[in-house]
Write a protein that binds this ligand. Structure first.
Ligand code: DC
Length: 198
């Protein structure tokens, strides 16, 4: 069975948590595509060569979840050659047997426009900055908020595969939702679509 759940949205919107919960609930494989961009950016040197040479051990680095890695990833992600180098791996993952959940910025629009479920998970910049500060235990709120806004602007403003909700995506705003409520809403949607396709 091929069944793809595409989850897009900005940093700290809750998309990663929702993606992991769905993968576990339905027994699907999960790919955090931001990690690919983070690992490529942190490899150093030419970003295009780094993306082309990405190896599984590059995804094991312990500094990939830092604010600095996210910022670096967002900068290399504007380069079409970097994106092209990572596309095939993501597409193959999306259509693997047994079902897959991918979270990122362009999964429902570019990587897997045929995904059976598309979610666009978002939240206010203020809520996201607050979550980031709590998660990371680093950075002061105002500085993190400025970074969140700058990253949103870069991710939505780039020419190649900008962050945008697919026209057929279900938008889930988690600003005022508990994580349990957000996961439950996403789970109900997947269950409904699985029922329809099965
Ligand atoms: O989801 P994240 O915060 O780990 O992503 C880090 C950066 O990588 C993000 O700001 C933009 C880029 N990215 C992307 O361009 N496309 C994706 N599918 C995933 C991430």
């Amino acid at each position: 069975m091929q069944f793809t759940v595409a989850i897009d949205g900005p940093a700290a919107s809750g998309k990663g948590t929702i993606a992991r919960a769905l993968a576990q609930a339905f027994g699907f494989a999960h790919l955090d595509t931001g990690l690919l961009y983070r690992a490529g950016a942190m490899k150093g040197g030419d970003p295009v060569a780094a993306a082309r040479a990405l190896a599984p051990e590059d995804l094991e680095r312990h500094d990939l979840r830092t604010l600095a890695a996210g910022e670096a990833a967002s900068r290399v992600a504007v380069m079409p050659e970097v994106r092209a180098a990572l596309n095939k791996f993501q597409r193959d993952f999306a259509r693997r047997e047994g079902g897959a959940v991918l979270d990122g910025r362009d999964i429902g629009t570019v990587i897997c426009p045929e995904a059976e479920v598309k979610l666009f998970v978002t939240a206010s910049p203020e809520a996201r900055a607050q979550r980031r500060c709590q998660e990371l235990g680093e950075g002061d709120y105002e500085a993190v908020l400025a970074q969140v806004r700058a990253r949103d602007a870069r991710d939505t403003g780039r020419a190649d595969a900008p962050m945008i909700a697919a026209t057929d995506a279900v938008v889930l705003d988690t600003t005022a939702l508990s994580i349990e409520a957000a996961v439950a809403a996403a789970q109900a949607l997947v269950a409904e679509r699985l029922g329809r396709s099965g």
